[in-house]
Design a protein around this ligand. Structure first.
Ligand code: NAD
Length: 259
């Protein structure tokens, strides 16, 4: 993907999982990357690994649901690298899983704030820096927000992920005049750290959340995907190889959502 060389990307959730793999991949393509994440140690680890592999990276401490921090992250990126071409709005959480009747409103809000408001803020604050030269924005939704609604207790998560798809389409329409493309990716189960703050399956069963979805049993490989497979799709959407693709949601799930 030669057109990515020397261009600049900001990646949220770059300290772990899909964001980390995408940051490594984009840096490998010659992009200068800004690694945005809440967790200091993870951000710094990704940066060290990129630099050790000969790439260029900076880090910013960001909570994507905080408007000022998001604005500062973009300012810092453009101050350092003098341009912005790609945004990967990827940071997200499972949040608290609970049946609707037991879901605390503040837990609902938190999931929506990080996953949905965070996406809005990342696109909003990217526009001033991209509207002259165009660019590509990729948003990490999920099969749970678009095609597969099977995770009991995950209403807040699924609602946020569905909202991201609607947001992607509206943003693509609005930003086409600036030659900014906006696409959503919808992964199935991918081996990452996203479950670390979520109750394990055995505990969910105890609180009567039936875990009825066949997590990870993807027809293509009979296993969950890995972040590097998602990173390949992000690089494609970031590059001119996808120059006529905008406003879409792309499934990357080994046919999990068709079960
Ligand atoms: P992960 O937990 O491995 O990585 C997420 C990263 O985001 C972490 O480094 C975390 O510190 C960071 N983060 C969390 N909240 C943040 C905030 N408020 N501000 C900034 N950074 C924050 O998880 P992952 O699986 O790589 O998740 C990335 C995205 O992929 C999420 O949007 C998730 O919903 C989506 N997704 C994951 C799967 C899966 O099976 N892993 C499936 C579909 C969609």
């Amino acid at each position: 993907l030669p057109d990515l060389k020397d261009k600049v990307a900001l990646i949220t959730g770059a300290g772990s999982g899909i964001g980390r793999a995408a940051a490594m991949m984009l840096a490998q393509q010659g992009m200068k990357v800004c690694l945005a994440d809440l967790k200091d140690d993870r951000r710094e680890q990704t940066k060290q690994d990129i630099i050790a592999a000969g790439g260029q990276a900076i880090t910013v401490d960001v909570d994507v649901s905080n408007p000022n921090r998001v604005a500062q992250a973009f300012e810092q990126t453009v101050k350092t690298w003098e341009r912005l071409d790609v945004v990967f709005a990827n940071a997200g959480i499972n949040g608290v899983l609970a049946p609707i009747e037991d879901m605390k409103p503040e837990d609902w809000d938190h999931t929506l704030f990080v996953n949905l408001k965070g996406t809005f803020l990342c696109v909003k604050h990217a526009i001033p820096y991209m509207k002259e030269g165009g660019g590509s924005i990729v948003i990490t939704s999920s099969i749970n927000g678009s095609r597969s609604f099977s995770g009991f207790g995950m209403t807040a998560y699924s609602t946020s992920k569905a909202g991201q798809v609607a947001f992607t389409k509206m943003a693509a329409l609005e930003l086409a005049r600036y030659k900014i493309r906006v696409n959503a990716i919808c992964p199935g189960s991918i081996k990452t750290n996203i479950g670390e703050n979520t109750l394990p399956t055995s505990e969910l069963e105890k609180i009567k959340i039936p875990v009825n979805y066949p997590q990870g049993s993807q027809p293509l490989d009979h296993a969950p995907g890995v972040p590097e497979q998602v990173a390949d799709l992000v690089a494609f959407l970031a590059s001119n190889a996808s120059s006529h693709i905008t406003g879409t949601e792309l499934f990357i799930d080994g046919a999990e959502s068709l079960l």
